[in-house]
Design a protein around this ligand. Structure first.
Ligand code: FAD
Length: 466
């Protein structure tokens, strides 16, 4: 037996949930230890949000370089050096993960490499390749994240890949089948389509990006189809895959017919499962749902009072900013502050073409809950900046409460929707009314004016539409 090391707060997992929780706990005066078996930054920084956005941005640049004829730009012989694209992507990842290490150290958080396993509700054992160490803690924060789901008939291999494999491809595939048209599949499929890959989507639901309103997802679908090298099958069931000499043969069913497609790779993005099965949680009595998610209260506390859980392993949208938000709450609750989760202000964004973003209630959700709301729309096509950017497709929809005009939701489909949604998140958090937004002077010409104009529609006095 080794001598246990004592700490106040032990954080397991250094993704956007865990590293943020660790920093906030240290800021609040705790002695903090963070355990990570892989790389600092977790899925998001290493194989998720950040590398995918780097590939998407590079794909856009290539597509725009080739096709800006509308703006009078004719470029010939535009080519891609994909190993350089990968270098660019890896450079961004390394800068950020190095930054996380610096931030943890700067806040005097003790970083431990290895895999944590619970012994009891105050003790964790951390195993590294050739060593083991016991830690005793007062409170623990679980932030072990999630991993891709494997479906029957599609065992992951060099050719049957998940998002991690897709982000690491060494060349641009000629043909790619994407199973699952959720945001991860749509984003990665679009990026490769922009690099020139023939992409076939196979989605079981009626629509790709089924979590968003049809008015929004149909814009994305239309743009994908316009590319000429993308096919989308909805209500389609993936059946199986066979590996060929240098690729795959994918079988799926659509409209009662069986189809077979040859491709270089098949990317399976049908969801993620929580990493809660190999932590020894049964020994400690932490309650879980039948899907393996950890049950928490509105302060992120599990059924064991000194153990907290955040991020992809608990309910709610599996998103990085949601994990970080919960991480701060867990640290604050441990420090005795009265923090609580409120999911209403958590935005969801897809980096598709156009970008989609939503925060708070949709019109339909408000109706379901019996909340009387008004929906006010303003099109990007009536905005000068959007036209000057040659990106005037989409709309902003503002959802306000009928009784007092308070903003309770917003949906945006359009260029920079991902950035524009922040103002509306603030509106929800601060209880701002449509009138407040309409009275706020937005610089001209900017996409931000779209938000102001939708607010003017809400109060009945829009200037730029009739
Ligand atoms: P993770 O980031 O999964 O981190 C968990 C960490 O815990 C990992 O580093 C793991 O190694 C470690 N760990 C697990 N078990 C142990 C153990 N026993 N001991 C020690 N360490 C352990 N979200 C967005 O908000 N925006 C996006 O644009 C976006 N894009 C994405 C794109 C892709 C391709 C993918 C796959 C995901 C994307 N996500 C995005 C989702 C986002 O990555 C996750 O929601 C987020 O990473 C969850 O954070 P987390 O802290 O809960 O867990």
């Amino acid at each position: 037996g080794d001598f246990p090391i004592e700490t106040d707060t032990l954080v397991i997992g250094a993704g956007p949930g865990g590293y943020v929780a660790a920093i906030r706990a240290a800021q609040l005066g705790q002695k903090v230890t963070i355990v990570e078996k892989g790389n600092l930054g977790g899925v998001c920084l290493n194989v998720g949000c950040i590398p995918s956005k780097a590939l998407i941005a590079a794909g856009h640049r290539f597509e725009h370089a080739k096709h800006s004829e509308d703006m009078g730009i004719i470029a010939e012989n535009v080519t891609v050096d994909f190993s350089k694209v990968q270098e660019f992507k890896n450079g961004v990842v390394n800068k950020l993960t190095g930054g996380v290490e610096g931030l943890l150290k700067g806040n005097k958080v003790d970083i431990v490499k290895g895999e944590a396993y619970f012994v009891d509700s105050e003790t964790v054992r951390v195993m590294d390749e050739n060593s083991a160490q016991t830690y005793k803690f007062k409170n623990a924060i679980l932030a072990t994240g999630s991993r891709p789901i494997e479906i029957p008939g599609f065992k992951f291999s060099e050719r049957v890949i998940n998002s991690t494999g897709a982000l690491a491809l060494k060349e641009v595939p000629k043909k790619l089948v994407v199973i699952g048209g959720g945001y991860i599949g749509t984003e990665l499929g679009t990026a490769f389509a922009n690099f020139g890959t023939e992409v076939t989507f196979v989605e079981a639901a009626d629509e790709i990006l089924a979590g968003f309103e049809k008015q929004m997802s149909s814009l994305v679908k239309r743009n994908l189809k316009k590319k000429g090298n993308v096919e989308i099958y909805t209500k389609a069931m993936a059946k199986g895959v066979e590996e060929t000499a240098n690729g795959v043969q994918v079988t799926f069913e659509v409209g009662g017919e069986s189809k077979v497609i040859d491709a270089d790779y098949v990317l399976v993005t049908v969801g993620r499962r929580p990493n809660t099965d190999e932590l020894g949680l049964e020994q400690v009595g932490v309650k879980m749902t039948d899907r393996g998610l950890i049950e928490i209260d509105n302060q992120t506390r599990t059924s064991v009072s000194n153990i907290f859980a955040i991020g992809d392993i608990v309910t709610g949208p599996p998103l990085a900013h949601k994990a970080s938000y919960e991480g701060k709450i867990a640290a604050e609750v441990i420090a005795g502050e009265p923090a609580e989760i409120d999911y209403l202000g958590i935005p969801a964004v897809v980096f598709s073409e156009p970008e989609l973003a939503s925060v708070g209630y949709t019109e339909a959700q408000a109706k379901e809950e019996g909340l009387a709301v008004k929906a006010s729309k303003f099109p990007f096509a009536a905005n000068g900046r959007a036209l000057a950017l040659n990106a005037a497709e989409g709309f902003l929809k503002l959802i306000t409460r009928k009784e007092d005009g308070v903003v309770v939701g917003a949906q945006i489909a359009g260029p920079s929707a991902s950035d524009m949604i922040a103002e509306l998140g603030l509106a929800i958090e601060a209880g701002v009314t449509a009138e407040d937004i309409a009275l706020t002077i937005h610089a001209h010409p900017t996409l931000g004016e779209i938000t102001m104009e939708a607010a003017e529609v809400a109060i009945g006095s829009p200037i730029h539409i009739v």
